[in-house]
Write a protein that binds this ligand. Structure first.
Ligand code: PLP
Length: 229
C-alpha cells in the first residue's frame, strides 16, 4: 500500500471507535493513538487529515524524519514516543515528543528531564510476566513513579504492552495496570493495540495505541514472531 485511501482510513477509524464503544469505553474520551511506525510520512499525513491528532512512533529515526513533514504541511499533531528508548536518542527527540510513554527506568527519566524539563511521561510497566517485554516490574512502579516526579517530570500515568497471544490472556495484566494506576492516583492508562484493544478498554484503558487496524500490515518493520495460539 503506497498511498492510503482516505475513505478506507476513515472507515477504519470508525470501526476502531465502534470497538471502543462496544467494549464499554466512551469513544470521545478514550484517546486513539495512531501508530504510524514502519510507514512513510504520507501515511502519518493521511492520519492527520483523517482528524487523528495523536500519533505514535517506536523508532527515533522515523520520528525525526516524519515530524517536520507534518509540521510543514500545517498539521499540529502530538507525537508519542512508544518504542524502547535509549538515552542517546532523547536529545534529538526532546523538541518533538508530546508524551514519553516508555520510561521504564530512572536513568532514562533523568535524561528526559535534562533535555526536556517538566516533560510529560508515562511509566512503562511489564504486567505480562514475559521477560522479553519492556517495562519495570510492577513492584518497582511506585518507586519509579516517585523518582520521576522528583526529577520534575509530569508523570501522567502508566503504559503497558499486553501479553502476546490470545487477547483474553492480556486481561489480567491490564486489570493489574489499572489497579496500579489507581493506587498511584495516575489518570492515564495507555494499554491495548489492534489485537487486544477491546479487552484493554473493558479493563479501563484511557488510551489505545493502534497501528495495523488503521493502516494495514506494516511494510517497513519486521514483525516480532508471535507466540503460537
Ligand atoms: C507497534 C506498536 C503498537 C501498535 O500495534 P498494532 O498491533 O499495529 O496495533 C502499539 N504499541 C506499541 C508499543 C507498539 O510497539
Amino acid at each position: 500500500m503506497s498511498t492510503l485511501d482516505q475513505a478506507t482510513l476513515l472507515a477504519r477509524v470508525e470501526r476502531v471507535r465502534d470497538r471502543i464503544a462496544a467494549a464499554g469505553g466512551d469513544p470521545d474520551r478514550v484517546v486513539l493513538l495512531a501508530v504510524t511506525k514502519g510507514f512513510g510520512p504520507e501515511v502519518a499525513r493521511a492520519a492527520a487529515e483523517a482528524g487523528l491528532v495523536d500519533l505514535g512512533e517506536n523508532y527515533a529515526q522515523e520520528l525525526v524524519a516524519k515530524a517536520p513533514v507534518l509540521a510543514e504541511a500545517g498539521h499540529a499533531v502530538r507525537w508519542h514516543a512508544i518504542g524502547r528508548l535509549q538515552r542517546n536518542k532523547v536529545r534529538a527527540l526532546a523538541p518533538i515528543v508530546h508524551l514519553w510513554q516508555t520510561v521504564d527506568r530512572v536513568e532514562l527519566g533523568a535524561e528526559i528531564a535534562r533535555r526536556a524539563p517538566g516533560a510529560r511521561v508515562l511509566a512503562q510497566v511489564n504486567v505480562s510476566d514475559e521477560p522479553q517485554k519492556g517495562g519495570c516490574d510492577p513492584a518497582e512502579a511506585p518507586r519509579l513513579v516517585g523518582e520521576l516526579g522528583e526529577l520534575g517530570l509530569d508523570v501522567q500515568g502508566l503504559m503497558t504492552v499486553g501479553r502476546t497471544g490470545d487477547p483474553r490472556a492480556a486481561a489480567e495484566g491490564f486489570a493489574r495496570l489499572r489497579r496500579l494506576a489507581d493506587d498511584l492516583d495516575l489518570p492515564v492508562r495507555s494499554m491495548g493495540m489492534s489485537g487486544d484493544l477491546d479487552v484493554a478498554v473493558a479493563e479501563g484503558a484511557t488510551m489505545v495505541r493502534v497501528g495495523a487496524a488503521l493502516f494495514g500490515p506494516r511494510p517497513g518493520v519486521p514483525e516480532r514472531p508471535r507466540a503460537p495460539r
